[in-house]
Design a binder for this molecule. Structure first.
Ligand SMILES: NC(=O)c1ccc[n+]([C@@H]2O[C@H](COP(=O)([O-])OP(=O)(O)OC[C@H]3O[C@@H](n4cnc5c(N)ncnc54)[C@H](OP(=O)(O)O)[C@@H]3O)[C@@H](O)[C@H]2O)c1
Length: 322
């Protein structure tokens, strides 16, 4: 089968370790199901793997990819749940299982014609979503959904600031926050991306770092060092930053004076549960909200998509069809 693998890692030239080529089909495994992938999508996570972050060198070569949708052997159309963990090990939440892993870290990922996953790691694909749309949701949309629901502390409409506009998680957060009834602010670096943010549901946009006209209940943070100070300044007393990524750096000043004086909360969030994936798909199905797709190309042309991901000149998801 055709697959996209990480064969070596480099922080400076990550794409040197990318290989697109034929591999053996996966061997059947008890308790696991085979998905014939119809579409898959890239995440920043795949670039981190090529840089040597989150993917141990002794696991190479590794098929990349955490996002995908396809059909089971009996024809059932499914979305893949990428978090492999035992819910019983952590109070019903597999993301808290200390041994949990994400596809492409320990087990081969979704950027392939076929992928094997535990039987619980597929959920029905709503008929209203195309293959390309369904392939976008297992990572970015699930992550954004958990950030906005389970981890946000919001129990009604609120003011939500999303840092970044074009990123996979950031664009998902804008779309889902709007679908969930919040007032959505977005801070993005360039004018074109701010305009796009408005077109996908943001109510207000500002240049990165600029003062907002009102205080936020929650900030959705994936950018990290480049926006952290702004995120802290944007919150009302008692507000909360939910952080799931740190693309621009993971060690900004914590500004503890502001954190304790304004009684702010900083809450981490990672991926989501199978139940949250199903709930999020129901929201998309019911509201008509959909992922923003920047580009669709065949799996065989994956290198072009990785080049675009690395350039940062992307708005929404990069999808590969099989
Ligand atoms: N914890 C989890 O479960 C989880 C899940 C998914 C992703 N993540 C992490 O979250 C991060 C984002 O992932 P992604 O797939 O959404 O990545 P992505 O598509 O590459 O997006 C990167 C985002 O970062 C922004 N950005 C990058 N450098 C910036 C800078 N110097 N100043 C301002 N903004 C900057 C971009 O903003 P513009 O739009 O303004 O360019 C864009 O919104 C990654 O670090 C990833 O590893 C974590």
């Amino acid at each position: 089968m055709l697959a996209v693998s990480c064969v070596s890692q480099s922080a400076d030239s990550p794409l040197d370790g990318l290989r697109v080529g034929d591999l053996a089909d996966p061997e059947p495994r008890d308790g696991w199901v085979r998905v014939d992938v119809r579409a898959c999508a890239l995440n920043h996570h795949d670039l981190w793997s090529l840089k040597g972050v989150g993917l141990a060198a002794d696991r190479l070569p590794m098929i990349l990819g955490c996002d995908g949708a396809g059909t089971l052997d009996d024809g059932t159309e499914v979305v893949i749940h990428s978090v492999i963990g035992d819910p019983d090990a952590a109070g019903g939440d597999e993301t808290l299982d200390p041994r949990r892993t994400i596809l492409s870290e320990l087990h081969p990922g979704t950027l392939a014609e076929q992928v094997l996953v535990p039987a619980r790691n597929v959920v029905p694909k709503p008929a209203s979503l195309s293959w390309e749309e369904a392939a976008c949701v297992p990572v970015a949309f699930l992550t954004a959904y958990r950030m906005l629901t389970t981890r946000s502390g919001l129990d009604g409409p609120g003011n939500v600031l999303v840092q970044g506009a074009g990123g996979g998680v950031a664009s998902a957060a804008i779309i889902l926050a709007k679908a969930l009834g919040h007032t959505v602010y977005c801070a993005a670096r360039d004018e074109a991306k701010r305009k796009r943010a408005l077109s996908i549901g943001a109510d207000h946009v500002v240049p990165t770092g600029e003062r907002l006209p009102e205080k936020m209940d929650v900030v959705i943070e994936t950018v990290g060092a480049a926006t952290w100070e702004h995120s802290l300044r944007a919150l009302r007393p008692g507000g909360r930053i939910v952080v799931s990524g740190a693309t621009s750096g993971a060690a900004p000043s914590a500004d503890l004076n502001r954190v304790f004086f304004l009684q702010l909360s900083v809450v981490g969030s990672t991926m989501g549960t199978r139940g949250e994936l199903e709930s999020m798909l129901s929201v998309l199905d019911a509201t008509g909200a959909r992922p923003v797709i920047d580009d669709v190309r065949p799996l065989s042309d994956a290198r072009t998509s990785f080049e675009r991901l690395e350039s940062g000149e992307v708005f929404g998801k990069l999808v590969l069809t099989v």
